[in-house]
Design a protein around this ligand. Structure first.
Ligand SMILES: O=P(O)(O)OC[C@H]1O[C@H](OP(=O)(O)OP(=O)(O)O)[C@H](O)[C@@H]1O
Ligand SMILES: O=c1cc[nH]c(=O)[nH]1
Ligand SMILES: [Mg+2]
Length: 237
């Protein structure tokens, strides 16, 4: 069990002891709904019609966890209730909030995130891994040329395996002005190679994931994982 600073009394329990060496940038929220939906997506017998909405639920709950501490800028003001004046705190509309789904599989997390952050801009980022070399290729980049340095960025990608895909997305974001301290990642399953790569290059980027698995197999799939998230989501097996 690891107690993460800055997250109040919530204990975020690691599935793998590797998290101990990863400082406090990787969080596995011990939420029963997250655990439930993780079990559903892991199950090979879950049909696509349920797999997709299950990832959507994980997108919702992991987004809730990812944004609830020290990330969304707030502004305090006063409102009139029917009875009297009351202080009120709102999300500061002047600070851009951005969602970056990594296509294809990241699209499944988007709806749940967008429901919680309806005013966020969405910049799609398409990456495909070469099945032989595991190298990522960017085939779509809808990021603007420049991002306001205050922009809060939530990157959505269910699977962090070698970490090559996420590194490509983070490089694109940072080169356009995003600040690593304001970037958070929502993932469903993360593997140690990805976590080590990201925390080494971007120690300020926080990763929120439903689980950390032990290893990758010889063809770069997370084991036990959940298989190919994109193919299972879109019926392209
Ligand atoms: O950490 P990495 O080793 O880079 O692998 C992770 C990436 O692999 C999968 O995408 P894939 O290339 O299969 O594309 P898809 O989402 O379109 O299926 C997954 O959705 C991640 O984006
Ligand atoms: O296990 C894995 C690894 C990469 N991409 C997936 O969809 N699944
Ligand atoms: Mg895929």
């Amino acid at each position: 069990m690891v107690r993460c600073p800055g997250l109040g009394d919530n204990n975020f329990s690691p599935v793998s002891p590797n998290i101990v060496t990863l400082q406090a940038t990787v969080y596995v929220p011990p939420h029963p709904l997250i655990q439930h939906w993780l079990g559903v997506v892991r199950d090979r017998h879950t049909p696509g019609a349920l797999f997709r909405p299950a990832l959507g639920e994980l997108g919702r709950w992991l987004t809730y966890e990812a944004v609830r501490r020290d990330w969304l800028p707030l502004t305090a003001t006063t409102v009139e209730t029917p009875l009297a004046a009351a202080t009120a705190t709102f999300i500061d509309p002047m600070v851009p909030v951005v969602l970056v789904p990594i296509l294809r599989a990241g699209l499944t997390l988007l709806e749940g995130s967008q429901n919680l952050l309806p005013l966020a801009r969405v910049y799609h980022f398409g990456v495909v891994r070469d099945e032989a070399t595991l190298e990522p290729t960017i085939y779509l980049n809808k990021l603007p040329a420049q991002l306001d340095p205050d922009t809060r960025v939530l990157v959505l990608d269910p699977m962090l395996a070698t970490g090559g895909t996420l590194m490509a997305a983070l490089e694109a974001l940072v080169s356009r002005g995003a600040q690593p301290a304001y970037i958070r990642v929502v993932a469903v399953i993360a593997a140690p190679p990805a976590l080590q790569k990201i925390t080494r290059h971007y120690p300020q980027v926080q990763i929120y994931t439903a689980g950390i698995d032990e290893t990758l197999n010889e063809v770069g799939f997370i084991v036990p994982g959940l298989g190919d998230a994109g193919d299972r989501s879109f019926g392209t097996m």
